[in-house]
Write a protein that binds this ligand. Structure first.
Ligand SMILES: [Zn+2]
Length: 372
């Protein structure tokens, strides 16, 4: 926030901001909770306790993009708008929205207490939608390779055993969507109730979509590869387990940072601007996404190396392949539901915090006058 004298307002101590804004063990570097949009955007280039949170999810957008587009240049890859890539694009939408919403939530949350709440509701919503984007990619590329005929055994069935096939074909994506909605409802609620244990609840709540989304990977790890041993597809997919384990490791480390509030817990005030737990949490979540992308790419490559497995098959497939309805349609339906949940919680937040805006403005004017 710029004063007439051209100087930005000094950053505030935790004792000078509303209790709602205080982060545990962060003592200084707070922005005034009534910034304009312009002030918020400019604060990205000023060391506050949100600057690191913004950049640790904004810069990764470009890193992710760099690794993502590589797939379309691979030999044998269909055009980027082919149905084969619909699930991959939905995964991209999930990751892109997550990183952008998270970085913007950290940048814009100083506009008002209500905007702060809305920012983080959107943040939780995009994390939930991302888990469904991942599920779509897992469903079509990792298992059960829906719509893809098994070359060696095309006359019989899909890769999954009948029991698991029923689960994957019928319940997997609907389950992922329901769990995503439960997640967004629970996380939004931790901002209005259950506040004492909010970090533990939010972390545990996101364990559920991880477990549901990852079932195709668990199945693959516990059974066999769908590719025959000497094939190039088999070789391409051998790196999948190690990417998945690393993906899990980064998620675990990010959860530890989020719950423990390490390192600022050990030295309150020392990591107010740089190096506090939320920045490490962001870095670890991005590394987990990057390993997940590498894992999905390894599986896409394995499919591309087996042209007979590519859609549209001449032989009838055991399951239908990706369609606009089964990928973008699912994502759109989910996003619409999530937006409705966010609107509901935002309305409640406005009832709770809307009245405090005037008080904050009075505080601001008082401080503004003091400057002169
Ligand atoms: Zn964050």
């Amino acid at each position: 926030m710029l004063l007439n004298c051209g100087q930005p307002l000094p950053l505030l101590r935790h004792t000078d901001v509303p209790p709602r804004v205080i982060e545990n063990f962060i003592l200084t570097g707070y922005r005034f909770p009534n910034y304009s949009l312009r002030d918020c955007l400019l604060s990205a280039f000023r060391p506050t306790n949100e600057t690191g949170n913004f950049w640790t999810h904004f810069l990764p957008v470009f890193v992710f993009l760099y690794y993502f587009v590589e797939v379309f240049g691979w030999e044998g890859a269909p055009p980027c708008d082919a149905p084969f890539f619909y699930p991959l694009w939905n995964y991209f939408i999930g990751v892109f929205c997550l990183l952008m919403a998270s970085s913007m939530a950290h940048l814009l949350n100083s506009m008002s207490l209500v905007v702060r709440e809305v920012c983080f509701f959107v943040d939780y919503g995009t994390i939930s939608a991302y888990t469904v984007g991942s599920s779509l990619a897992y469903y079509y590329y990792i298992h059960p390779r829906a719509g893809i005929v098994d070359k060696e055994d095309s006359s019989t069935s899909c890769y999954a055993s009948p029991d698991f096939s029923t689960f994957f074909d019928t319940f997997y994506i609907p389950c992922a969507c329901v769990v995503a909605i439960i997640c967004v409802l629970s996380c939004c609620n931790t901002r209005q109730q259950w506040r004492k244990h909010r970090y533990i609840i939010r972390t545990l709540v996101f364990l559920l979509p991880f477990l549901v989304s990852s079932t195709p990977v668990f199945y693959r790890l516990l059974t066999r590869s769908p590719y025959s041993a000497p094939s190039s597809s088999f070789t391409a997919s051998t790196s999948m387990p190690s990417f998945f384990y690393r993906h899990c490791l980064w998620l675990l480390v990010s959860a530890i940072f989020n719950i423990s509030k390490f390192p600022e817990r050990l030295a309150p005030g020392r990591f107010d601007i740089w190096g506090h737990s939320h920045q490490w949490f962001h870095c670890c979540t991005f590394l987990s996404i990057l390993d997940e992308l590498h894992m999905i790419k390894a599986e896409v490559r394995a499919i591309l190396l087996s042209p007979a497995l590519l859609l549209p098959p001449t032989a009838p497939s055991c399951l239908s392949g990706p369609t606009v309805a089964s990928t973008y349609g699912v994502m759109l339906l989910l996003q619409t539901t999530i937006v409705s949940v966010i609107v509901l919680f935002s309305w409640r937040a406005n009832c709770i915090y809307g009245g405090q805006r005037e008080q904050l403005e009075k505080d601001h004017h008082r401080k503004h006058l003091k400057c002169h």
